[in-house]
Design a protein. Structure first.
Length: 274
């Protein structure tokens, strides 16, 4: 199956692009203190599991916004069809890097959500910190979305060029730590120091901190030891399409602790009680 749409987005290049087949899959962001789902993130996947970057790698820059809008529409339609809003969880979608540069997209997202019967305050819009945006422009876009009631998240924090300047200039509602800072954190002193310090900064700023890409119990234990409450990753659920993912909470499944020592398990239990 192929999808056609009018591209251009203000560009002098206007053509009809056929997009490759893709589906929207959901992955939960979990709240470990309440063992509930905070939000489901919508992710683009190709027929053979290709991620977003692989799907758009051969696109011209001016073609990407049309694809992003198509993916966003399908994501919101899925959220409405699965009645996620009625379950009390939020729905997280990504704004593409070229869409972020146009303030009118704040209104586009809200109108599109309304079209599918979704409230603006049920949405979490993720803006990648890895995209080079002018600080004033980024702050303006964040403000537009916030006034509409949308929760703003900075995605891939730690992977981009701006770092803490993003927090200072924009004061987002949510920050997601890049997977590269999480991978292997249990045995990496530098990563531990950085993430622990950053978790304290976010608590003082009342910013929700989400650790993404959590795949091992060791990573999970380390992050919980720092007081990080929200996480996302294969340890809890893999992305799935057309259904609500089943979440696995490590505490309720002792088999996940086969490689954990008695001391580490006690640390884990203490962290959960805090």
């Amino acid at each position: 199956m192929f999808y056609s749409t009018q591209s251009g987005y203000g560009s002098k290049h206007r053509m009809r692009r056929t997009f490759p087949e893709f589906q929207i899959v959901l992955q939960p962001i979990v709240d470990l203190e309440t063992e509930t789902v905070y939000a489901y993130e919508a992710l683009c996947r190709g027929p053979h599991g290709e991620n977003y970057s692989e799907l758009v790698k051969d696109f011209e820059p001016f073609e990407i916004p049309a694809f992003d809008k198509l993916a966003m529409a399908r994501s919101l339609r899925l959220a409405a069809a699965m009645r996620l809003e009625q379950s009390g969880v939020k729905f997280a979608i990504n704004l593409g890097p070229l869409m972020e540069l146009r303030g009118k997209d704040a209104y586009y997202v809200v109108r599109l959500a309304k079209h599918y019967g979704l409230r603006a305050d049920s949405l979490v819009l993720e803006l990648s910190e890895g995209v080079r945006l002018d600080g004033n422009e980024l702050a303006r876009i964040v403000d537009l979305h916030r006034k509409a009631g949308v929760v703003i998240a900075i995605d891939d924090f730690g992977a981009g060029y701006a770092g803490l300047n993003v927090l200072a200039r924009c004061a987002p509602d949510v920050v997601k730590i890049d997977r590269e800072l999480i991978k292997g954190i249990a045995t990496n002193r530098a990563k531990k120091t950085i993430v622990e310090a950053f978790s304290k900064v976010c608590r003082k700023m009342r910013v929700k901190l989400i650790a993404e890409g959590v795949e091992t119990v060791e990573e999970y234990l380390t992050l919980r030891g720092f007081g990080i409450r929200y996480m996302q990753g294969f340890l809890f659920a893999r992305p799935v399409g057309c259904e609500i993912p089943q979440v696995r909470y490590p505490r309720s499944e002792p088999k996940h602790f086969s490689r954990i020592t008695r001391t580490e398990l006690e640390w884990f239990r203490n962290a959960i009680r805090q």
